[in-house]
Design a protein around this ligand. Structure first.
Ligand SMILES: NC(=O)c1ccc[n+]([C@@H]2O[C@H](COP(=O)([O-])OP(=O)(O)OC[C@H]3O[C@@H](n4cnc5c(N)ncnc54)[C@H](OP(=O)(O)O)[C@@H]3O)[C@@H](O)[C@H]2O)c1
Length: 275
């Protein structure tokens, strides 16, 4: 599989998304986020995943202004927070995110979580925002097959992506197949299990075979499954390490082995029972 740090994936709206991005959840507002984004850009990342909830959109903007790379070369994604659902509130929330990001449009706007009752109204607002050119692509996050099915039945627009927790310990195979069938790209969030499984001896044994770190194996595994991957770090050397995954390939046998780690282990939200 020929992957590189410049690899991009075509979304159903025609927009190209860089396959690796920097996540900035829990990067502190101010210098921490700004420096993480600048380190990432220096290391070759061209995609940043933020959200209103992360309270660091304005720091991402500050880094973009400081970076030596034209804005149009960097893919910016942000998200609608749960308190902002409903048609009018969604339009307002997106405009406020654009203001904080100091941008006329974002590359991707996501519904952060399938908030009950209101999520469809909010989706209609995302369609409007896309028509108005304020979002180049629109998508969802934390949607299960049930939530996706409901959306596909009610809407004329197929979401470009579904961003969900995805790593070998939560190998969401059926959801991935569903998304592939419907031309929806999946994005792997918490691809490093927030660091919690990096010392799992089973994973370390695989990493040793490739002379790579556990983090690099997890990122490469998700990329080889065809996902967009958004690891978070605020440390320059880890940001570089997480993008140094293009000089090896996990064998089919080891992909199967990693797949077999699945144990329904979650480090973030479980939307399974969200009505
Ligand atoms: N849509 C959603 O609901 C949702 C939910 C969760 C996350 N996300 C997105 O996905 C991104 C990534 O997920 P995440 O932040 O939950 O977790 P993650 O990327 O799985 O893990 C991040 C943790 O791993 C550490 N780490 C990073 N690289 C490492 C390395 N090479 N070696 C050892 N430790 C390493 C980081 O520490 P340091 O920072 O100290 O290096 C941090 O504690 C988020 O930032 C956010 O953009 C979205």
């Amino acid at each position: 599989m020929s992957l590189s740090i410049e690899s991009k994936i075509k979304l159903n709206s025609g927009v190209m998304i860089p396959a690796i991005g920097l996540g900035v959840y829990q990067a502190q507002s101010g210098g921490e986020t700004r420096n993480a984004v600048l380190h990432a850009i220096k290391a070759g990342y061209r995609h940043i995943d933020t959200a209103k909830f992360y309270a660091n959109e304005k720091d991402v903007a500050a880094a973009l202004r400081q970076a030596d790379v034209p804005r149009e070369h960097i893919f910016i994604a942000t998200k609608l927070w749960n308190d902002d659902h409903g048609y009018d509130k969604t339009i307002k929330a997106c405009n406020e995110s654009l203001k904080r990001l100091d941008l006329p449009f974002v590359d991707l706007y996501l519904i952060h979580y399938p908030v009950r009752k209101l999520r469809h109204e909010s989706w209609r607002a995302l369609e409007t925002l896309q028509d108005e050119g304020k979002c180049r692509a629109i998508g969802v996050s934390n949607y299960t097959i049930r939530h996706m099915d409901e959306l596909l039945q009610k809407s004329k627009t197929v979401p470009a992506v579904n961003q969900v927790e995805f790593h070998p310990y939560l190998y969401q195979k059926e959801l991935l197949e569903f998304c592939d069938t419907n031309n929806i790209r999946m994005e792997a969030y918490s691809p490093l299990t927030k660091g919690k499984k990096l010392n799992d001896p089973k994973l370390e044994a695989v990493a040793k075979r490739y002379n790579k770190s556990s983090a690099q194996i997890l990122i490469r595994w998700a990329l080889q499954h065809g996902l967009i991957v958004i690891p978070k770090s605020t440390h320059a050397e880890r940001i570089r390490e997480n993008a140094d995954v293009y000089d090896f390939e996990i064998s089919p046998e080891d992909m199967d082995l990693l797949n077999s780690f699945h144990c329904n282990y979650r480090v973030a939200w479980d939307p399974t029972n969200e009505p």
